[in-house]
Design a protein around this ligand. Structure first.
Ligand SMILES: [Zn+2]
Length: 56
């Protein structure tokens, strides 16, 4: 799957990438300000915002 953001995932791809998805959304630290998706690494989001703590 490479470094494609979650925001770019297509609905029909999700069932095939469930394992990867579970890892990505486990204990999320970031949320996408545009798509409202969450991830534990900002590289997976197109417009990452920190969920906790101060902004960078
Ligand atoms: Zn996004």
């Amino acid at each position: 799957m490479g470094h494609k953001t979650l925001c770019e995932w297509r609905r029909n791809e999700i069932p095939f990438e469930l394992k990867a998805l579970r890892k990505i959304v486990k204990k999320p630290k970031f949320v996408c300000g545009k798509c409202a998706r969450s991830a534990n690494d900002k590289q997976y989001l197109c417009q990452p915002l920190r969920l906790k703590g101060k902004e960078e």
